[in-house]
Design a protein around this ligand. Structure first.
Ligand code: ADP
Ligand code: MG
Length: 361
């Protein structure tokens, strides 16, 4: 028996793995498709440098997947494709530690595909539906039961403090030639506590947040092309629906790559915005509070500003967090985000109109 077989047998006993092959283009975990004569599974090695507290990580996922299964059963639907189904190991947990590495296994959902690149509004509409449905599952779930596995993930004012520290330290002597970008961020500092203040004062409810609302984290059905379920639940944490909505728009409502050098190509496409928002609101509509709806037009601005600020912080710190493949890569990324922020700010009234129309007010 080799190592792989040893690991797999902990989850599926004597069932023989006929084939083990890498799948997907995920950047965080190593993912494999495991085929036995009767079933298919996904085996993942957990990236513990990103998620050091595996027990907290898996306890979040366990709570969230159980809740989805419960909700789906309540509506009389088949829960097997509604969410990820993790296998229990002999230790009673949904993961094992083997030679210092952590592994988990879950059912492969057959007859599905993922989309890597957002290339049309229809996909984005369905993406909105998938994440809107995800939000809707948790209307009656106490998000404080989840552990904040990455602390202050979307605490924008805290991110701003880190940014100020990077300027003060000026480790690589880069401050002098990014003055315009620094000023761009600083002039928006009063906006940054908008969501965190409202969360602290309970004007916004604490919510189950997916925190990685990318298109390639949705499984689509091969026959109907409709979303089947949201995957990649590692970053599920307590937070706000505004984070998921805003980050999906940041990533998807533009035609430019995140690191595009030619800023004239960085656009904010209101039709794409409408597509995602329509899908999201159709599925989550009744579960959003009035204040959440009021804040939706600002969500993408906040998340894009925060993301750009993090890229700029990393550029100032000497590129220690985001992997770079060229000189100034993080600065290019920061610039695309700031261009997007400006475009979004210019369109805030249009976004409000779209949201009001979609919620029917
Ligand atoms: N249950 C599943 N059924 C079918 N395919 C899956 C399943 N889970 C993951 N995949 C495939 O594996 C890829 C990577 O998985 P993901 O959980 O997103 O890991 P990462 O954290 O590396 O992004 C997905 O994009 C998808 O193609
Ligand atoms: Mg993924």
């Amino acid at each position: 028996m080799n190592n792989m077989d040893n690991i797999i047998s902990q989850f599926i006993g004597n069932a023989k793995a006929e084939d083990i092959s890498p799948i997907g283009n995920g950047h965080i975990n190593s993912t494999f498709l495991v085929k036995t004569p009767h079933s298919k599974y996904v085996l993942q090695k957990i990236n513990t440098s990103v998620f050091p507290d595996v027990d907290a990580l898996m306890s979040n996922i366990d709570k969230v997947t159980h809740h989805i299964q419960k909700k789906v059963k309540e509506c009389g639907k088949n829960p097997s494709r509604a969410t990820l189904n993790f296998l229990t190991a002999p230790n009673g947990k949904k993961y094992i530690c083997y030679e210092g590495n952590y592994y988990r296994m879950y059912d492969f959902i057959d007859g599905t595909f993922t989309i890597e690149k957002m290339d049309n509004p229809v996909n984005f509409y369905y993406s909105g539906k998938a994440f809107g449905e995800f939000a809707n599952f948790f209307t009656d779930f106490d998000a404080s039961l989840l552990v904040e596995t990455i602390k202050d993930f979307h605490n924008t004012p805290k991110r701003f403090k880190d940014f100020e520290q990077a300027i003060d330290e000026n480790r690589k002597g880069r401050v002098a030639y990014v003055c315009d970008e620094i000023e761009f961020v600083k002039s928006r500092r009063d906006f940054m506590p908008l969501f965190t203040d409202k969360l602290a004062g309970n004007a916004l409810p604490l919510r189950v947040t997916h925190n990685d609302t990318k298109l390639n984290n949705i499984l689509f059905d091969e026959k109907t092309n409709m979303p089947v379920t949201v995957i990649d639940l590692d970053t599920v944490m307590p937070g706000s629906y505004l984070y998921d909505f805003g980050d999906a728009i940041r990533f998807g409502a533009t035609h430019a790559a995140e690191d595009e050098k030619d800023l004239s190509l960085v656009d904010f496409d209101l039709d794409l915005y409408r597509s995602f928002a329509k899908g999201y609101i159709e599925e989550s509509g009744n579960s959003l509070t009035d204040e959440e709806i009021n804040m939706l037009p600002y969500a993408s601005i906040m998340l894009t500003l925060e993301c750009g600020m993090r890229f700029l912080t990393d550029h100032l710190n000497g590129d220690t967090y985001f992997r770079i493949s060229r000189q100034g890569h993080n600065l290019d990324r920061a610039r695309t985000q700031f261009k997007l922020v400006s475009e979004m700010e210019n369109n805030v009234e249009n976004m409000k109109e779209i949201i009001d129309e979609l919620v029917g007010r």
